[in-house]
Design a protein. Structure first.
Lengths: 423, 371, 517
């Protein structure tokens, strides 16, 4: 058998997205320079805005978490051969669902939050399913149908529900900044693990979570890295878990005060988990194999006995659910209600994340981190002396995607050194 | 009351439909040549903005229009270079331009006008072309004649018995039946008033949009260039073996489409309004694409599709007007009315799209010497 | 003798292969010059070079004694070269007249198409050469033979003096082939020159004056047709003696494995493509289904394998009813399928070899444990099959798209045999393969037959059908019109059946289903 080699072509395939990102930044620099500002200074301000303080980092992390979800939504649908431009609409549906369950249902936190997740995943999944169904049974191109669904979601939610049946009553809704749906109950809020100290039950939950994560990490590390097997494997994993948990318990129970005003919350952990889950789904399960087969070659998938229609519908549902979870993070983690002026656009950003990340879950994560930083930092660029509007991030994003669409040009240029050597 | 309602509905249909129709026809020509243009939305945004910029600095709306056309042509060249010469992914390109236009125009709006809301007012076409009642009568006559002629033509196509007959049979019928009845109907004062009300003070864009489908139909189906464009969209390899320059044709069609997209944007900014609003064009570019599909990638059916969609679009205006007489209508939430055109588009596509056949090579880049 | 087209030392390299290696040939005026060679020998590349679709890396082309750099098809047309491609270069939605005049349209003032004049010119032209066509018919509605005629007229209409025909008989019935030969002879008598490319030796011997043989991109022989026979040409094509006669053991016929009763199915355009087909397939036999392309074979294969739903009829697999079953159910019950288009149907090209080797078995043990995939099993299975079937390169991680056609087919054959089927449906299993790979596939099929499997072989190649089959059925117009015992039937008998056994009807050019190849 031939050994796998890392060839120059493989390197180029990895480099193309990076070069596209670099070129996007250069376009940004040119625009700043044209505006008569110092581009290096502006980028410095951008990165300072992203990393300068804990609160800045927290804002970048918040944005990253949401971008991961919408990016995964688009990327997963792309794998089955559908271009989900509708992440924006699914995001809105997820957000309004969270606002609904968050305010109109009373439950303890450990039930309330899972219920919100479940409900929002179902509603936004069904919203995406409309486009999937139109594609599978009516032959409507998903690009058109998802865009139409975005507008329908926008009008029905923001111009009807939020200002009508679900609007906050009384004086609280009298100004624009206070308009929107009523605040969700504290039990529906995602834990801001830097600023909010949990109560006793919360602390126990944290410990359980830590124990679980440590156990799995230890188990896998021992299984892969050592020759320990069977009962011994379990034994050592449990021992490690017990020790680490005991040590962290000391810290957790002594935990008295947090740093107020840091909005970062456990949403980012959900996002990281989603990346891992989607990776496993795509590359380690039969369903993922079938999804990829359909996306690459519909006809061959049919030939192989794969239920193409069912898988497309299922994938579209999952894609919608992912985008909807992005909306949940927005409502339950940051805004605590569906605000009158909704910070939209994350769905569209998801498209860019998926394209830049080449539809691979970890690629999407990296792209989301990068653009989370840019989004987080671009608020700082709006301040004097640079005064660059925050849609500047859109320009960079748009140009990176533009360069991605010119994939073959960049590939050609990167292949040039190799070609010369051959001649 | 009814007369007013119809007049208002028609007038707003013309306004609402004009940019959509122009953009949709851009879609028709580029997709007929086999290149998908998903960037129409972004192009409308760019065209609309640059038209305002041009008019703002020159004080002349024509210069504004020219500026819009120039930016359309530049974007067309870019698209052709990436998607035709370099076989880039046409859908990704479209998405990129849409994102880019979103941020780029906001950036420029701030750079040039120091705002992120809307631009200042400029000299524009929005005051429109005034119409006398007499001229309105001739408009009515022409419209009626077109409608009757079209109806007879459609019946001809339906009745296979008349297949193979020369066009003079049709012309004769139109002459005998169409002209007198159109003349008679066009003397009805109510109808004249409605047409006058609908067309009075409409802009040149409206007239352009109404003539364009017929021009494009002529180009695509009656000239040799049309035959070649269609051949490139159906089977580029076959066209290539006959020495037809696929790249040239696709370049021209892509550029034409982008220019039309930009003009559609200008029709919104310096046509309907005299400002560029940062929310423009609010999905109209995508409705245009849906209308193109609904119109089976053909110019005149696309015109009919756009009329259909605009009906839904103006439903809101009409209901608002009617609600002063029928207060019950006020209960309908604004969000419902706003979402109506989009829902209708979805329903129309759902009931229809499966039957439409796109040009066979639509969206597939052509590579010379491909095995 | 005047040489109208001379090639000197033509070389053309593609990334993976040297397609043409110093080819020198000379074609005389008013002759039928045949170029034969097996798939991949470089015939089509050479013709595309003459037609200007490819540029040679080195070498000269002389047209009527003058050296030319043929920059593209329009240049070739201007030089009087016309080409009829193997896959017709027609626009299905256009009429015959529109297809013919495309690019040199007669116009009125201002570029307005003059379709009436176009129709008249086309009609005149077809009369002049005795090639009957209807200028108003849409190409998608006319038969393949008709479409070929349109292609020939298209070339002549552009003033072609040298006509290149690339595998022109591949899609024709024997009778249509005979008609084509008549046309070619008529053209020669009017002063034209024909370059005839084929891999069918019998036809080449029947029509050509001189024959050039290509092998591996080189000219391996140049002979006068009257001095040549099939054995000689075959030896020059392959470089060794070719035995297409397989030594077959007598069939050990077993129970009925697959039975179809009164199957009716429609094609993609909603026309009835399979009409009332019934047959029985028994264990241990190969049943060949012959027929010209587009007579419902594709649809029948798809119905039998569950990929297309039928209108009427029943399917029994080993006695159990599988009427209207999903692909999955049929596969589980022991149906294997080698599809006719390995790239579009048989493989997921961006998947690696290991992933492709379990396509269709992805939910079966040991490749899946519940919903999880067992990567280790998939890879070890792949290693086993790669060695057993000598798939190259020997690597599980290589994408299927970078494999050669023969190796791609090996992946499919290996996989389908590994399912241990009761019934194997092989649709054109050797299309586009070279002799070595073809022999390999044939031997695999025979071995499967000897181990008691039931094999249904669909092929357009009569030789393949005749050398492998124990029974032969012929499909025409969606029906099975004849059945023969293998080894007791002549080409002519099958050829007649391929025309639906009604000679006069075939001449009237009844539109064939799926005319679009």
């Amino acid at each position: 058998m031939l050994k796998r080699k890392f060839t120059y072509e493989n390197l180029v395939d990895l480099l193309v997205p990076l070069v596209c990102i670099l070129l996007g930044f250069i376009v940004g620099m040119i625009l700043i320079a044209v505006a008569g500002k110092n581009p290096f200074g502006a980028y410095f301000a951008l990165f300072q805005g992203a990393f300068g303080s804990l609160s800045n980092i927290s804002e970048s992390v918040l944005k990253t978490a949401v971008l991961v979800f919408t990016g995964l939504s688009v990327g997963l649908a792309y794998r089955v051969g559908l271009f989900n431009i509708g992440a924006e609409g699914q995001f809105i549906i997820g957000a309004i669902s969270a606002a609904f369950i968050g305010h109109w249902v009373r439950l303890p936190a450990f039930l309330h939050i899972p219920l919100i997740f479940l409900f929002a995943m179902i509603t936004s999944g069904i919203w995406a399913l409309i486009a999937g169904w139109l594609k599978v049974s009516r032959g409507v191109h998903e690009v058109i149908s998802t865009i139409m669904l975005n507008w329908v979601a926008y009008y029905l939610v923001e111009n009807w529900l939020v200002v009508g049946p679900m609007a906050v009553q009384g004086a609280a809704g009298s100004t624009i900044s206070e308009a929107g749906t009523p605040m969700i109950y504290p039990t529906a809020k995602l834990w801001r693990f830097v600023s909010d100290v949990p109560d006793l039950i919360g602390k126990i939950f944290v410990l359980i979570a830590i124990a679980l994560v440590v156990f799995f990490l230890a188990y896998y590390a021992l299984k892969r890295g050592t020759k320990i097997k069977g009962k011994a494997l379990w034994f050592f994993s449990v021992i490690t878990t017990a020790v680490v948990s005991a040590v962290s318990a000391v810290f957790v129970f002594q935990w008295q005060s947090g740093i107020p005003g840091i909005r970062m919350n456990i949403g980012i952990f959900f996002a990281l988990a989603a990346v891992v889950i989607i990776y496993f789904l795509l590359f380690r399960t039969v369903l993922g194999y079938e999804i990829r087969a359909i996306g690459f070659n519909n006809q061959a998938a049919k030939y192989a006995g794969i239920n193409v229609k069912r898988n497309i519908l299922l994938t579209m549902f999952l894609a919608g659910a992912l985008a909807g979870l992005g909306g949940v993070l927005m409502v339950c983690g940051t805004e605590f209600r569906f605000p009158g002026v909704f910070p939209g656009g994350y769905g569209f950003d998801g498209i860019a994340m998926a394209l830049i990340g080449q539809n691979s879950p970890f690629g999407i994560l990296l792209a989301s981190v990068l653009f989370g930083i840019i989004r987080g930092g671009s608020t700082a660029m709006q301040l004097p002396p640079y005064k660059i509007h925050k849609t500047f991030a859109d320009i960079i994003q748009g140009s990176v995607v533009l360069f991605i669409s010119a994939y073959f040009i960049i590939q050609y240029i990167l292949m040039l050194p190799r070609k010369r050597r051959e001649v | 009351m009814l007369e007013q309602t119809i007049t208002l509905a028609l007038a707003s249909m013309l306004q609402f439909g004009t940019p959509i129709l122009i953009a949709a026809l851009g879609g028709v020509i580029t997709e007929t040549s086999g290149v998908v243009n998903l960037a129409l939305e972004g192009l409308m945004r760019m065209g609309g903005f640059f038209a305002i910029v041009g008019a703002y600095f020159s004080g002349d709306p024509w210069i504004g229009l020219l500026a819009g056309i120039v930016i359309g042509a530049i974007m067309g060249l870019l698209q052709a270079y990436i998607c035709v010469t370099w076989r880039g992914d046409q859908i990704i390109y479209g998405v990129a331009i849409n994102i880019f236009a979103l941020g780029g125009m906001t950036y420029l709006l701030e750079r040039i006008f120091n705002t992120t809301g809307h631009s200042p007012s400029v000299q524009s076409f929005s005051s429109g072309i005034a119409l006398s009642l007499d001229t309105a009568r001739w408009y009515l006559f022409t419209l009626l004649l077109l409608a009757i002629g079209g109806l007879i033509y459609w019946l001809f196509r339906r009745m296979r018995a008349l297949k193979g007959k020369k066009p003079w049979v049709w012309l004769l019928l139109v002459g005998i039946v169409g002209i007198p009845s159109a003349y008679f109907l066009s003397s009805i004062q109510t109808l004249i008033n409605i047409v006058w009300g609908a067309f009075n003070k409409q802009t040149i864009f409206v007239y352009f949009a109404l003539v364009l489908p017929f021009l494009m139909h002529f180009l695509l189906f009656k000239t040799k260039w049309g035959l070649r464009i269609r051949s490139v969209g159906e089977n580029p390899k076959a066209a290539d073996t006959l020495g037809i320059n696929i790249y040239l044709i696709r370049y021209l069609c892509v550029i034409a489409a982008c220019i039309l997209g930009a003009i559609a944007g200008a029709a919104m900014s310096i046509g309907q309004l005299e400002i560029f609003d940062n929310h423009m064009p609010a999905g109209k570019g995508f409705i245009a694409l849906a209308a193109m599909i609904f119109g089976k990638w053909k110019p005149i059916t696309t015109l009919l599709a756009v009329l259909f969609f605009t009906l839904a679009g103006v439903a809101g205006d009409v209901i608002q007007m009617l609600s002063s007489t029928y207060p019950g209508l006020q209960a309908i939430p604004r969000g419902w009315l706003g979402s109506f055109p989009y829902i209708l588009t979805l329903l129309a596509l759902a009931g229809f799209a499966g039957k439409a056949v796109a040009p066979a090579a639509d969206g597939i880049p052509y590579e010379k010497g491909e095995k | 003798m005047e040489a109208v087209c001379e090639l000197k030392g033509i070389c053309k390299r593609f990334p993976a292969v040297l397609a043409n290696d110093h080819i020198s040939l000379s074609v005389n005026k008013q002759e039928v010059f045949a170029i034969v060679g097996e798939n991949g020998a470089g015939k089509t590349t050479l013709m595309n070079i003459i037609y200007g679709l490819y540029q040679p890396d080195s070498g000269q082309i002389l047209i009527r004694g003058k050296e030319e750099r043929i920059s593209g098809p329009s240049h070739a047309i201007a030089l009087g070269i016309g080409m009829v491609h193997q896959h017709f270069m027609l626009i299905p939605v256009f009429t015959v007249a529109e297809n013919i005049v495309l690019g040199i349209e007669p116009t009125k003032a201002g570029g307005i198409l003059d379709l009436d004049r176009a129709k008249k010119e086309v009609a005149d032209f077809s009369k002049k050469y005795g090639l009957q066509i209807d200028p108003d018919a849409r190409v998608q509605h006319i038969s393949v033979g008709m479409q070929q005629r349109v292609e020939i007229i298209k070339a002549l209409f552009r003033g072609a003096e040298i006509l290149i025909l690339d595998e022109p008989t591949a899609v024709l019935t024997p009778l249509e082939t005979e008609e084509l030969f008549e046309t070619i002879r008529a053209l020669i008598s009017q002063g034209k020159t024909v370059i005839f490319i084929s891999h069918k030796l019998k036809e080449v011997l029947a029509i050509a004056d001189r024959i050039a043989v290509l092998r591996g991109g080189k000219v391996s022989g140049l002979v006068d047709a009257k001095d040549a026979d099939e054995a000689l040409l075959a030896r020059m094509m392959v470089g060794r003696d070719v035995v297409f006669e397989y030594t077959k053991t007598p069939a050990k016929i077993g129970a009925i494995a697959l039975e179809a009763k009164n199957l009716v199915a429609k094609n993609d355009r909603g026309l009835e493509a399979v009409k009332n087909v019934s047959f029985q397939l028994r264990q241990g036999e190969i049943v060949g289904i012959a027929g010209v392309e587009g007579n419902g074979q594709t649809e029948l294969v798809e119905v039998l394998t569950g990929m297309r739903s039928q209108e009427k009829g029943e399917i029994y697999l080993a006695g159990e009813s599988f009427t209207k079953s999903a692909v999955n159910a049929l596969r589980h019950a022991g149906m294997a399928h080698i599809p006719q288009d390995r790239q579009r149907t048989g493989l997921v090209l961006p998947f690696n070899v290991a992933e492709n080797l379990v396509l269709g078995m992805q939910r079966q043990s040991p490749f899946a444990k519940g919903h999880a995939q067992n990567q280790a099993e998939i890879v070890s299975f792949a290693i086993e099959k790669i060695q057993e079937f000598d798939i190259r390169p020997q690597a599980t991680w290589v994408q299927a798209k970078s494999l050669s056609g023969g190796n791609q087919q090996k992946v499919i054959v290996a996989r389908e045999i590994a399912t241990q089927p009761k019934v194997m449906i092989a649709s054109q299993p050797t299309r586009g393969l070279d002799v070595g790979a073809t022999e390999f596939v044939h031997n695999q099929l025979l071995a499967e037959r000897d181990s008691g499997k039931a094999i249904l072989l669909f092929s357009l190649e009569l030789d393949e059908i005749m050398s492998l089959s124990d029974r032969i059925m012929v499909m025409y117009g969606g029906e099975i019109v004849a059945e023969f015992q293998g080894g007791q039937v002549t080409r002519e008998e099958i050829g007649l059946a391929m025309l639906g056994w009604k000679k006069d009807q075939a001449l009237t050019e009844e539109p064939r289903l799926n005319a679009q190849a």
